[in-house]
Design a protein around this ligand. Structure first.
Ligand SMILES: [Zn+2]
Length: 574
């Protein structure tokens, strides 16, 4: 017996299939040109890096609201012109923060006071207070373990004095012998142990590594401060005996209140459940809070951190999905589109939102976060989805989706350092789309020109397909994920590398090594694969983190790396 299918029957079959897996409704060229337009606007210098609470953040929020409006997405309950305003506090150095002393200029004694700014600023671990005392210069302030080299040997008593310390280390251009003693905090501790009541670090060479000036800092960054004021001064003549005693260091802080804005669009499908799709749009501004990984050799410059990948890319994808989903046939959920602010300052916006939701928290089906989706590596042809352990459904559904032949690397944990974590801790299944870290991460060079728009198109299609695949399913159940205790531990030491999170081989592949940190000092390069630390073999990130926990600051050990298939043994000092 043979079956004859009527054209109508085939049409019905096809249309059922099409409802289930709707094609992405826009061509690649249409979508990529919109994505490029969004990223170009958000990552332009004009927006000044979109620091939460800044003018640039405000301009970005207005732009996003306009895009929602164009897509017929309505303002969510409790917002004003799509904006949900939250306030937050920062600490800043009070205007009396200064270094004062007298100097002899043209045979005349003049009193000088350097106010806080790019050329005079407290270091992160400075205490608060005012101190007036004689100055003593202690060279580099370094004493080696063997005692062969000791800057304190011939300088006299330090007790009760302000010490000035050259922030460089001996023979930097010739050898790395003293690099292990370069850490400023360790040198401050050493001076404090000897009775110093204040510390002034200075430099005579612009190549010396000095932490950047921070205009603001968060309350949480204030832990672990020393009990004496510690400043960096760009004035090197402090050490040259041109000045008269005593010196005065004042370090004081004041609290300032700022406002940030989440931008929230609502797509009401009269459904019982709501899907949250989010991306943070804020970034580091001019690095006022010091989250930059870029160490400038010029101390008095403010560079815009454009944040094209982090996270103009996710924000652009968010606006594209708002446009597409508002016209789609996926109607079994409502959608809340959220551009978060204050992510870079500690998930401020998403924390505020989960406590001030426009919908009942129990009706949220799942949350999708896009943070850094603009650097799909064409050669690796893969990207990461984090949070797949937060619902038993995730991996089953994700396994059924293939977009443009891309491989997806899953990671189960629902916590992490982006906005999905705020939803995860509230028992909501989450996913975080991520195309991987890179050497421009948190640097002024995270620019629009480096964005892979074809890759972003693939990510947008992937999410659209996932949302479609879940449309006919009931509300996802939530499962807490096993947090690897090693990843939560705080380490006494760090290598100062950026791992390649998409690397799948044995060991930990280095995507970048921060200058001045142990790995770079040891000669570890981008592309190296760390195979062994001391006598601990490194299989993956987990064993790497556990291994780090075994070392102490100042300790030296051998590290085995694979470079172009050759094994190298390097000495690393933490
Ligand atoms: Zn980010």
């Amino acid at each position: 017996m043979r079956y004859f299918y009527s054209p109508l029957f085939i049409w019905v079959l096809l249309s059922i299939f099409c409802v289930k897996a709707q094609q992405y409704p826009y061509k690649k060229s249409q979508t990529t040109s919109r994505l490029k337009q969004h990223v170009t606007f958000l990552a332009a210098d004009k927006l000044e890096g979109r620091l939460v609470g800044s003018k640039g953040e405000e301009q970005a929020s207005i732009y996003i609201a306009k895009q929602y409006k164009k897509s017929a997405v309505t303002p969510a309950t409790g917002t004003h012109n799509y904006l949900q305003t939250f306030s937050f506090k920062r600490l800043t150095y009070a205007s009396n923060t200064s270094l004062s002393y007298s100097a002899i200029l043209s045979n005349r004694k003049v009193n000088l006071s350097l106010p806080v700014g790019y050329t005079l600023y407290p270091l992160d671990f400075s205490g608060i207070g005012s101190v007036t005392a004689p100055l003593i210069n202690v060279g580099y302030g370094i004493t080696t373990e063997t005692g062969d080299y000791d800057d304190y040997r011939n300088v006299g008593a330090v007790q009760g004095k302000i010490v000035s310390i050259n922030a460089d280390y001996p023979n930097r251009n010739m050898s790395k012998e003293f690099a292990r003693y370069a850490d400023l905090e360790a040198r401050a501790d050493s001076a404090i142990r000897r009775g110093a009541v204040g510390i002034i670090f200075y430099t005579q060479d612009s190549a010396t590594q000095i932490p950047n000036y921070k205009q603001y800092f968060t309350y949480s960054s204030f832990h672990g401060r020393k009990n004496v004021p510690i400043v960096f001064s760009a004035q090197s003549n402090l050490s040259l005996g041109l000045v008269h005693e005593p010196y005065q260091i004042d370090v004081d802080t004041v609290t300032k209140v700022f406002e940030g804005h989440n931008v929230i669009g609502w797509l009401d499908n009269k459904a019982a459940t709501t899907v949250v799709i989010g991306a943070h749009y804020d970034h580091l501004g001019y690095n006022e809070l010091g989250g930059s990984t870029y160490i400038s050799s010029v101390k008095n410059e403010a560079l815009v951190h454009n944040g094209a990948d982090d996270n103009a890319s996710g924000t652009a994808a968010l606006m594209e999905l708002a446009k597409t989903l508002s016209k789609s046939s996926y109607k079994r959920n409502n959608y809340l589109f959220v551009a978060f602010s204050g992510e870079e300052e500690g998930l401020l916006g998403s924390n505020y939102l989960v406590n001030h939701l426009p919908v009942d928290k129990n009706t949220i089906n799942y949350m999708i976060n896009m943070d850094m989706v603009g650097r799909l590596d064409t050669s690796k042809h893969s990207f990461a989805i984090n949070g797949t352990g937060t619902s038993p459904v995730w991996e089953k559904v994700l396994d059924s989706i293939t977009i443009d032949g891309l491989k997806v690397k899953y990671s189960q944990s629902g916590s992490g350092s982006s906005d999905h974590a705020s939803f995860y801790v509230n028992g909501i299944p989450v996913l975080h789309y991520f195309t991987g870290s890179h050497s421009d991460y948190h640097k002024p060079s995270d620019d629009e020109a480096l964005i892979n728009y074809d890759g972003m198109y693939s990510i947008v299609k992937h999410i659209y397909t996932l949302v479609g695949a879940l449309d006919s399913r009931s509300k996802l159940s939530f499962t807490p994920t096993k947090e690897d205790t090693a990843t939560k531990a705080t380490f006494k030491v760090t290598l100062g590398i950026m791992p390649d999170y998409l690397y799948e081989g044995k060991g930990v592949k280095v995507d970048g090594a921060t200058p001045g940190k142990p790995a770079a000092n040891a000669g570890i390069l981008k592309g190296d694969v760390i195979m062994q630390l001391g006598n601990i073999s490194i299989d993956d990130m987990q064993t790497y983190m556990k291994a780090l926990g075994k070392f102490n600051k100042g300790q030296t050990t051998k590290v085995k790396v694979l470079r172009a298939d050759k094994e190298l043994f390097l000495d690393v000092t933490f």
